[in-house]
Ligand binder design. Structure first.
Ligand code: EPZ
Length: 420
């Protein structure tokens, strides 16, 4: 077991570079299964979820490699094999192999992902989309069995919720389906746009990604992909909050400002400026001694991202007054609250609202990470807490942050990973 030990009280200073997007990479890695030939994708973060996806692709017979943030996939041996529960349960994005299996072999068997700490996480919209494209779907012994004996055919699909994952799976199926597919109420997240760009580089014909209506003309075959993944907006946002919470003076390179408008505006309301610097860098500057309390509501893009909710809450623990954090995407994404309270935070949960009374001095404590973003929030709180904070179950952090402790340490944080 590994823990992270942080001694709080250091103002962060210096320059740091944001990594490539984990969530865009996961979808793009699955997309590479659709190619006739070896794909090469750069700026892929070296994190556990990416390694898990590599293992999944290898189980399916493809040859997946990750070296120096470059992912290559040779799909030559890709075969119709079950995507096993042992792997799917460790990473839900494994479900992205469903569509490539179905469109290349006319059948797929993928373990049904269960719930996770942040919510039940249904996949009904993925299945609804694939059924509309002509797949027969059944559930047997915990596995989703899909078959499309007559091939997939384009269809008009309306998603009941603008699900990122369902949009990904339907796009991956539709690019090789016969005829035209329209996805209405599609997810608009930047990761969807990046996937569409990658697929279009393979020869797909996708229009409208980034809007709520995506149109796809199916192709007979796709060539390999050469693509550079976008910056991870959630990691960049987490680093920005690290600068803000410590009243530091940090510069973040490769900052995806246009994907983080909601965070930038909210930081501005709290008294933190995001100042454009050279190239694609920004400087994070706290304009006032005390942060102003600012309410947020998590929403699908371009709303405030749920994946930055926990980090924002840590920031609001320092604000001069009361703020409300409302979570509308995941029904159980407040597990960090009890841990922040162990550090002296004054937070009360009322349904999907967390009422944060900021201003109390946080004190270092032993806390436990419950999921990826909660672990980041606890580390952020530890940066400003008095004394020592120990965050356990740090494997959650390693699923999605590339060298976060090295990056924070390079900015002057007193943070250390302890391997027991
Ligand atoms: C993606 O999850 C991200 N994961 C999540 O990031 C992120 O929190 C989430 O989108 C929302 O932005 C990846 O990209 C790998 P959804 P996903 O399907 O695709 C409901 C992180 O920390 N829903 O957009 O699973 C669902 O219950 C992770 O990096 C259905 O009802 O999210 C939720 O309320 C955590 N039926 C909402 O839609 C479905 O079939 C959004 O879920 C699918 C989803």
């Amino acid at each position: 077991m590994e823990t992270m030990v942080i001694r709080g009280g250091r103002r962060l200073q210096g320059t740091v570079t944001a990594s490539g997007s984990k969530n865009a990479s996961l979808a793009i890695m699955a997309a590479c299964l659709l190619a006739d030939g070896t794909s090469r994708v750069t700026n892929v973060p070296d994190v556990q979820d990416i390694r898990t996806m590599c293992t999944m692709l290898e189980i399916l017979g493809a040859r997946a490699r990750m070296q120096d943030n470059v992912f290559t996939l040779d799909p030559k041996g890709f075969a119709s094999r079950p995507a096993p529960y042992e792997l799917v349960k460790t990473m839900r994005a494994s479900i992205y192999v469903l569509a490539p299996l179905l469109s290349r072999f006319g059948k797929a068997q993928v373990a049904l992902p269960g719930g996770c700490a942040i919510g039940q996480r249904p996949i009904d919209q993925h299945l609804k989309g694939l059924e509309a494209l002509g797949a027969q779907v059944s559930l047997e012994h915990g596995y989703i069995h899909t078959a499309a004996p007559h091939g997939l055919k384009g269809a008009d699909i309306y998603l009941d919720v603008a699900s990122v994952g369902a949009t990904v799976n339907i796009m991956l199926a539709a690019v090789l389906a016969a005829g035209k597919t329209v996805i209405d109420h599609a997810a608009c997240e930047p990761e969807i746009v990046d996937l569409a760009e990658g697929l279009n580089r393979m020869g797909a014909d996708i229009k409208g990604a980034g809007s709520s209506r995506i149109e796809i003309k199916g192709q007979r075959q796709l060539g390999p992909m050469e693509h550079r993944v976008i910056t991870d907006r959630i990691e960049a946002g987490t680093l920005a909050v690290a600068g803000a919470i410590t009243a530091g003076d940090i510069t973040i390179r490769s900052f995806p400002g246009r994907h983080l408008t909601a965070l930038e505006k909210k930081l501005g309301e709290a008294g933190v400026e995001v100042v454009p610097a050279a190239g694609d860098a920004v400087q994070i500057k706290r304009l006032q001694e005390r942060l102003a309390p600012v309410d947020i509501v998590t929403l699908p893009y371009p709303g405030f991202p749920t994946d930055l909710q926990a980090q924002w809450m840590a920031l609001m623990c320092l604000a001069a007054g009361r703020s409300v954090v409302t979570e509308t995407i995941w029904e159980n994404r407040f597990l960090h609250v009890a841990e922040l309270k162990r550090m002296g935070a004054d937070i009360q949960i009322e349904g999907s609202n967390a009422l944060v009374r900021g201003g109390a001095l946080l004190s270092g404590a032993q806390v436990m990470a419950s999921d990826l973003r909660a672990s980041a929030a606890l580390i952020l709180a530890g940066l400003v807490a008095e004394g020592e904070t120990t965050v356990s179950r740090i494997y959650h952090l390693d699923r999605g942050y590339e060298q976060l402790e090295e990056k924070l340490a390079s900015l002057g944080a007193d943070i250390q990973r302890i391997r027991e």
